[in-house]
Structure formats: C-alpha cells, structure tokens
Ligand binder design. Structure first.
Ligand SMILES: Cc1cc2nc3c(=O)[nH]c(=O)nc-3n(C[C@H](O)[C@H](O)[C@H](O)COP(=O)(O)OP(=O)(O)OC[C@H]3O[C@@H](n4cnc5c(N)ncnc54)[C@H](O)[C@@H]3O)c2cc1C
Length: 384
C-alpha cells in the first residue's frame, strides 16, 4: 500500500497542532506537506504587545518551514489558489499543483473592506500579521515628517477588538517615545453605533473611558466610503484627514473555498460539519477563521476557537487516514477576551464581567507566552 499524502494549506493556529501531532508520530504512516506563503508567521495574540514594545518581533514569531521540518513534513512556499476535488489536486498561484489523499485547509481570513475605493492603495492592514509590523514604523515616520508643525494624524478604521487594541498599544508606545509632549493624535473610525460591539456592555464602557483618558478620539456612525492619499471620505458627508491609516474592519472570507466550488455560506466561508469535515467532501477538512460551522454558525472568528479546533482536527485527520469514526468538536459558548491596553494592563471580559488591571495583563502575557513557547520549542526540535 502506498503512503497516503496529507496536504496542509496554511500554517494557521489549528495546523500548529496537526504539525505537533505529526512530530510526535501520532498520525501514523503519512506523507505530509505544508503550503504557506510566509517564511515567518507572527502570533496575533502578541502583535499588539510587539507594537507596544512588550515583546521583540522574534518572540512572537513562528517559522513554518522549521515547523514542517520538525513534523517530518515537506514545506512548499506558496499560496494555494484552487482545490480540484475531482482530480484531488491543489493548484498553487503561479505554476504547480500538489496531489493529496487528504486535505486540510486552515488559511485564515482576509481583511474586510479593502474593496472600498482607495483602501487597498493607502491602508496598512492589521492582517496578515507581518503587515501589522509596518504600523509602528509608519507612525514614527509620520511624526518625523510633521515635526513641530502639528501632531501626526493616525486614523484607525474599525473599532473592533483588533482596531482598539492596536490603537491603544500604538498610543502607549508613541507616548513613551515622545520627547516633548504628544506628537500624535489617534482617531478610531467606526461605521456602527458602538466600539467593541462583540464585548459585554461593561467592557465597552470601560474601553470608552480608557480611550477618553488617552485622548483617543472615536468617531461612531462614520462609514468610510472612499480613501484618498490623506483623507477618509465618509458616507454621510464629511471627511477625516490622516497621515497614517490602519485598516481593521474585521475578517472577510478568503477566496479559495468559493473559487474551488467547495460548499460555503453566503459570505464565502467554507462550511464544515462538527467533525471539521467539509460536507459532501470526505477527504477535505477545514478549521480556523476560514470556516463556518454548519451547526454552530455563531462561532466568532477568534484565535481562541482556531486553537481549540486544532487538537480535534489533528485527531480527526488521523481517524480519517485510518477510516475510523470521527469525533465532534463542541465549541465553548463563552470565551475569555483579553485586550492589551499597552500600559501594563489589559481589559478582561468574561460573561458579563469587565476588568481593566495589571493582573489581567499578567494573565494574557502568561497565556500567550505558554502558547508561543509550545510551538517555538517544536520549531527548535527541527534542529535546522
Ligand atoms: C491585531 C489582531 C489581534 C488579535 N488578537 C487575538 C487574541 O488576542 N485572541 C484571539 O482569540 N484572536 C485574536 N485575533 C484573531 C486571530 O488572529 C484569528 O482568529 C486567528 O489568527 C485565526 O487563526 P487561523 O488558524 O484561522 O489562521 P491564521 O492564523 O490567520 O493563519 C492562516 C495562515 O494561512 C496562510 N494562508 C492564507 N491564504 C493561504 C493560501 N491560499 N494558501 C496557503 N496559505 C495561506 C496565511 O498566510 C497564514 O499564515 C487577533 C487578530 C488581529 C488582527
């Protein structure tokens, strides 16, 4: 019997657990290949902390090539463009196609709203994570360029968790670096009625007070209609001038699932059963931000869920290789949200609870370090 070929698309959070299971020899006799466009992958939970100056970028980094080596998998630097489920091949951008016997897709999401006129040309996105590392140098550059004339204007599009957290961490860092008085002004621009709409009321009120204290302006009910080189034009008239534009409008579905004719929801997210298998495609699995769980459509796009799905995905891929029954992934209804506010504190939200303090930052730091250490150790075990 020939060795089955397991093809992993994307080195997202869930696939880290599959690579770990491969490294531990838990998946049996399989020839695995990892496809990733990036040589470096930065852990999103720590990126705001990198911007705030709490971590060096290397401390928040994985190297997919080394992880693949540790797992005994082949590494292909590339981007999957289309899955041909009939021929059981994945076509890569440019040239080339890879065959598979079992396929797993963990390619994350793409930034929403980049179709707004001018956005793709002028905005710095918070995703992919390596792109988020350009935000701090851009803000410093704007501060140097505006000099003593006026504060550099930093606009953050989107008042969800990523926009608010990056805004607070950037503000904290720039304040620390400022020699004389603040030389920047941050405005968070949001189309909806609220900041952090996904958090409990108490946390939202706390976050509003933190932003106010930091003199970070929030503009609500301000849908962005067009982006020029120095201005956000708003749908309801009016505009906001900027020197640096950070784009954090949340996630959108990646084009691959719909472009491959795989089953998707209305937004283009890959549908999966509770086993993380794609309905009607027994050889295709998916996890993380790129999927919509058919039975649990409420699952938010958060790393917490991608991480919890990882071990189940690893076990179910193993079971699929052995033609054994699959287990169900049951998403937790409530999850702990911890937003780094960049000042040695974090905003903790759980159920109706909201707290902003140092122990919350200690907890976040501990959880994130434990996660990154686990997979950086795996990376080191490759010895390459
Ligand atoms: C600033 C910021 C902070 C965040 N903080 C938190 C937090 O503290 N807690 C939390 O729970 N969530 C957080 N999130 C959300 C979290 O980042 C995502 O939910 C999480 O990354 C999803 O993981 P994933 O496994 O789906 O894929 P990802 O981690 O997005 O990884 C997908 C990988 O696939 C690759 N890829 C993409 N397309 C292709 C392709 N076609 N072929 C091959 N490879 C491809 C990508 O390059 C990437 O390496 C944050 C998000 C942002 C933007």
């Amino acid at each position: 019997m020939t060795t089955p070929r397991l093809l992993l698309l994307g080195c997202g959070h869930s696939h880290l657990f599959v690579l770990e299971a491969l490294a531990r020899g838990e998946m049996g006799n399989v020839r695995a290949t990892l496809v990733s466009p990036e040589e470096e992958y930065f852990y999103s939970g720590m990126i705001p902390g990198v911007i705030a100056g709490s971590y060096r970028p290397e401390a928040a980094r994985f190297r997919p090539r080394r992880l693949a080596a540790a797992a005994g998998a082949e590494f292909i630097a590339g981007t999957a463009e289309r899955v041909d489920t009939t021929a059981r091949r994945v076509h890569l951008r440019g040239e080339g196609a890879l065959p598979y016997d079992l396929l797993s897709i963990d390619i994350g999401s793409r930034p929403a709203g980049l179709e707004i006129r001018g956005a793709a040309d002028h905005a710095l996105t918070v995703k992919p994570m390596h792109a988020a590392l350009r935000i701090l140098p851009a803000a410093r550059g704007a501060i140097r360029a505006t000099g003593e004339k006026r504060p550099a204007r930093i606009a953050i599009a989107g008042a969800g968790a990523a926009g608010v957290e990056v805004g607070l961490c950037l503000d904290a860092r720039l304040r620390r670096e400022a020699e004389r008085g603040d030389r920047h002004h941050i405005t968070v621009v949001e189309a909806g009625d609220e900041i952090l709409a996904e958090l409990p009321r108490r946390s939202r009120r706390l976050a509003e007070r933190i932003l106010e204290r930091r003199e970070i302006e929030t503009r609500l009910r301000a849908p962005i209609e067009e982006v020029t080189g120095d201005e956000l034009r708003l749908g309801k008239g009016g505009s906001i001038g900027y020197d640096v534009l950070v784009w954090a409008l949340g996630p959108a579905a990646p084009p691959l699932p719909a472009g491959s004719g795989l089953p998707t929801d209305d937004e283009g997210y890959l549908l999966v059963e509770p086993s993380l298998r794609v309905p009607g495609h027994p050889l295709v699995f998916g996890a993380g931000d790129c999927v919509r769980m058919r039975e649990h459509p409420w699952v938010p796009r958060a790393g917490v869920y991608a991480v919890r799905e990882g071990p189940v995905l690893a076990r179910n891929l193993t079971r699929a290789l052995r033609a054994e029954p699959l287990e169900r992934y049951e998403p937790q209804r409530r999850w702990l949200s911890l937003l780094n506010t960049g000042d040695g504190r974090a905003l903790l939200s759980y159920r109706g609870l909201g707290l902003h303090n140092r122990p919350a930052w200690w907890l976040k730091d501990r959880i994130d370090r434990r996660f990154i250490n686990r997979f950086q150790s795996l990376e080191r075990s490759s010895g390459s």
